[in-house]
Design a binder for this molecule. Structure first.
Ligand code: CO
Length: 217
């Protein structure tokens, strides 16, 4: 039986050849290290490949993906990626990119059980609760889920800005912007939701950290 994944190795060889034809030093250069300018937080959905839809090359984008592009502030995976991207790589832009028709977001709108994933979807349901009145008022289901996708991205942008990692970067005058975008699978375009944060002053006051105190005394 032919293995369907064999084509992945064949494609890989072709890709290596293409890259080497364009630039014989391509991999030698890449192996020296990475200095990406962007951190991408996107959905795991196979239709939303970060590099491909933004025309970025290996080395240009640090990427974290999970179901429904969530920023869960007790998620060690997300926090580790964020900390490394901001404190070590010193990325200049963090992009939370959701997408219309997101299965995770749509599942969170409903009441069906899916198993373990319901515990992850609950974070998205919390976003629904915040915007319940506005969302419930939208009768068209597609329009409602599109709006929910946008609200979800906005909340994840806020959740990023609430972290001490980002606020400390800002208080150290590090150049860092946090953006919220939505990708439309139906036409391929990315939309900027214009919810960019550059400092913590627009956060609700209770979330604003003062400079990190070295001692608790
Ligand atoms: Co999705």
């Amino acid at each position: 039986m032919e293995k369907s994944y064999n084509r992945l190795f064949e494609n890989n060889k072709k890709w290596v050849n293409t890259k080497l034809t364009e630039s014989p030093d391509y991999f030698k250069q890449l192996s020296k290290g990475q200095t990406p300018e962007y951190l991408w937080i996107g959905c795991s959905d196979s239709r939303v490949p970060a590099n491909e839809i933004t025309g970025t090359e290996p080395g240009e984008m640090f990427v974290h993906r999970n179901i429904a592009n969530m920023v869960v502030h007790s998620d060690m995976n997300l926090l580790s990626v964020l900390s490394y991207a901001v404190e070590v790589l010193k990325v200049k832009h963090i992009i939370v990119c959701g997408h219309y028709g997101c299965g995770g977001v749509m599942a969170a709108m409903g009441n069906k059980q899916y198993g373990l994933i319901d515990n992850w979807l609950r974070h998205i349901k919390d976003v629904y609760r915040l915007y319940q009145e506005e969302l419930d008022a939208i009768t068209d289901e597609k329009a409602r889920s599109d709006k929910f996708v946008e609200f979800n991205v906005m909340e994840q942008v806020l959740d990023l800005c609430k972290t001490s990692i980002i606020q400390n970067a800002w208080s150290n005058n590090q150049e860092l912007q946090v953006h919220g975008w939505v990708y439309d699978i139906a036409d391929g375009y990315i939309k900027d939701l214009n919810v960019t944060f550059k400092c913590n002053k627009d956060l609700p006051k209770v979330f604003q950290f003062k400079n990190f105190a070295k001692t608790l005394a």
